[in-house]
Design a protein around this ligand. Sequence first.
Ligand code: SF4
Length: 97
Amino acid sequence: MIRTISVNVDEKLSVDKFNIDERNPHIILKDNPSTAEVDKLILCCPAALYKRDSQGEVSFDYAGCLECGTCRILAQDTVLEKWQYPGDARGISYRYG
Ligand code: SF4
């Protein structure tokens, strides 16, 4: 017998808590990264924090970062100026259940 399991990702993520360091972003993008490299991150960031608007402008908000490291692996040398875990008990606190 096959059992179907349905997971609402937005609902699961909404229980997590973020303690954002407003003065010290843990991820900073380079100036004018290549379109192809940013497009990888738009597709792969599980929190959908990399965006491109209809004018082609890229935006990024580190505040919802899940600290998964996907962008670091994919584009540390091409898109990212800085990637480090938030310090001093900052960043995400996962809450399951
Ligand atoms: S670490 Fe993960 S969640 Fe955070 S910006 Fe990179 S890909 Fe997105």
